[in-house]
Write a protein that binds this ligand. Sequence first.
Ligand SMILES: NC(=O)c1ccc[n+]([C@@H]2O[C@H](COP(=O)([O-])OP(=O)(O)OC[C@H]3O[C@@H](n4cnc5c(N)ncnc54)[C@H](OP(=O)(O)O)[C@@H]3O)[C@@H](O)[C@H]2O)c1
Length: 248
Amino acid sequence: MNGLVGKTALVTGASRGIGRATALALGRAGAQVLVHYSSNEAAADSVVAEIIAAGGQAQKIAADLRAADGPHSLARRVRAIVGGRLDVLVANAGIAHAASLEDTTVENFDDLFAVNVRAPFFLVQQLMPMLCKGSSVVLLSSLAARASVGELAAYAATKGAVDTLVLHLAAALGERGVRVNAVAPGVVATDMSSFATTEAGRDYTLSLQALKRVAQPDDIASAVTFLASDNANWITGDTLRVDGGSKL
Ligand SMILES: NC(=O)c1ccc[n+]([C@@H]2O[C@H](COP(=O)([O-])OP(=O)(O)OC[C@H]3O[C@@H](n4cnc5c(N)ncnc54)[C@H](OP(=O)(O)O)[C@@H]3O)[C@@H](O)[C@H]2O)c1
């Protein structure tokens, strides 16, 4: 697939997991990829090197998206690198915190909303001048937004907020020809869901799903790449379940 040749893409949280797989997939599709990370510079370097080794273009870019001005400084640096136009924004960076209602602290709750909701909102706001006709924004929702899985109430609420943002951002940006969607994975084998690598975690995961294997980051990246491409040019304001048929 080379449907993104000549396009520019920013993937937040691209050093690991789903973001890493998405950055590599967008690079293979021909996009110039900005590989965002927070603290794991070596991991971001290896993603950039892999894209370049495959003949693509990539650059790393750091920002702490828990900080109130993180999205603003990231957007300024994106503008400085790619100029006036950003074709694809994948707001993927996220954190999770499993805790019972009793054990969830105000700090946990605020951190989750800062990284998972406030950052994508202000990143879109700050990048709006660079988003043009044909640009695509993809956010990361979760199965947790529509089903009670694990002890994830605060995290799940952030993903419910993402689903709501998708509707409002798509409505606000539609007139400019910018599409906004989300993908909602179930359990994916990444650092965030490392329990899925244990036998008990794997059994639990498979018990949720119609398809009986543990999802890998590439399973999600291919759906994000589809939504980012012109093949999805009539899809906006939607959250696409990419979860192997979880909790049907
Ligand atoms: N894995 C799942 O089962 C699953 C299921 C549903 C939805 N999701 C969603 O998919 C997205 C990616 O998840 P993942 O499993 O790939 O996560 P992951 O492997 O834990 O990777 C998280 C990424 O986010 C970045 N990040 C973390 N805190 C940050 C901060 N304060 N500022 C900026 N970047 C930060 C990390 O950067 P560093 O490497 O620099 O730390 C890393 O690149 C998240 O939004 C998550 O909620 C995941």
